[in-house]
Design a protein. Structure first.
Length: 240
């Protein structure tokens, strides 16, 4: 965001070996052991303000592309899934997370979006309330440099496909094809409490569609959990 305020035109990646002041979603603790990928992409005027949340699905698909490519010809390659709204899973265990931050900068006020993307490459956190894994546990030759190269190329391709939101319907369809827990029982933790139901899809704006006893509910943001989603037995997880 400092680069955006200084007039940078965007499409600029920042990559860190460690993030000493990194921030997790909703103020959660952020750990950054060396060897993992910590990257942020700055986009300036990527779309209209109301379409900016779609970028979470764009980077999610690019991340899926990059990790799947790194795991090509491995037993876990088919177990890479996207969990709404901002996680990537391998065999049901979290391997990566995404965080978007938007601000208006300059005059007359262009939209700047920082897309943060952290991937467990050689290490995964312990003591988390959910299973975690790292890329090297599935693809031993993987490293953060080659993964970043694949991610940056995939993101450029996905941004072109998205076309400033004009082609979001196609990306939404592609995201749902890779979605974790689609059609299964789910619970969503919200500031006002939890909602329970069945995850049935995304609406045209990317909101979660939760089929509950009271009918179909649309949820903009929240923590999604699948009580019956378990890790696949053929995927090794060294951290759990």
């Amino acid at each position: 965001m400092a680069a955006a305020r200084d007039g940078d035109p965007g499409r600029l990646w920042f990559v860190a070996g460690r993030q000493l002041a990194g921030r997790g979603r909703q103020g959660r603790v952020w750990a950054s052991p060396p060897g993992n990928l910590y990257s942020s992409l700055l986009l300036v005027d990527p779309c209209a303000l109301n379409e900016a949340p779609q970028l979470g699905f764009v980077i999610g698909l690019a991340l899926h592309d990059a990790v799947t490519a790194a795991m090509a010809n491995t037993s876990g390659a088919g177990s890479v899934t996207l969990k709404w709204p901002n996680d990537l899973l391998v065999g049901g265990a979290k391997i990566a997370g995404i965080l978007l931050e938007g601000r208006t900068v300059g005059t007359p006020g262009a939209l700047a979006v920082a897309i943060g993307c952290g991937v467990n490459v050689t290490d995964s956190p312990e003591g988390t309330p959910y299973p975690t894994t790292h890329l090297a546990a599935h693809a031993p030759r993987a490293n953060r440099a080659s993964l970043f190269e694949a991610l940056s190329a995939a993101m450029a391709a996905r941004l072109a496909e998205w076309d400033r939101g004009r082609n979001f319907a196609a990306l939404r369809s592609g995201w749902l094809e890779r979605a974790a827990g689609l059609g299964t029982e789910a619970r969503v933790r919200l500031p006002g409490g939890e909602r329970h139901g069945r995850f049935v899809g995304l609406d045209p704006h990317g909101r979660l569609q939760l089929e509950t006893a009271d009918g179909l509910e649309l949820i903009d943001a929240g923590d999604l959990y699948f009580p019956n989603l378990t890790m696949q037995s053929d995927v090794r997880n060294d951290a759990v």
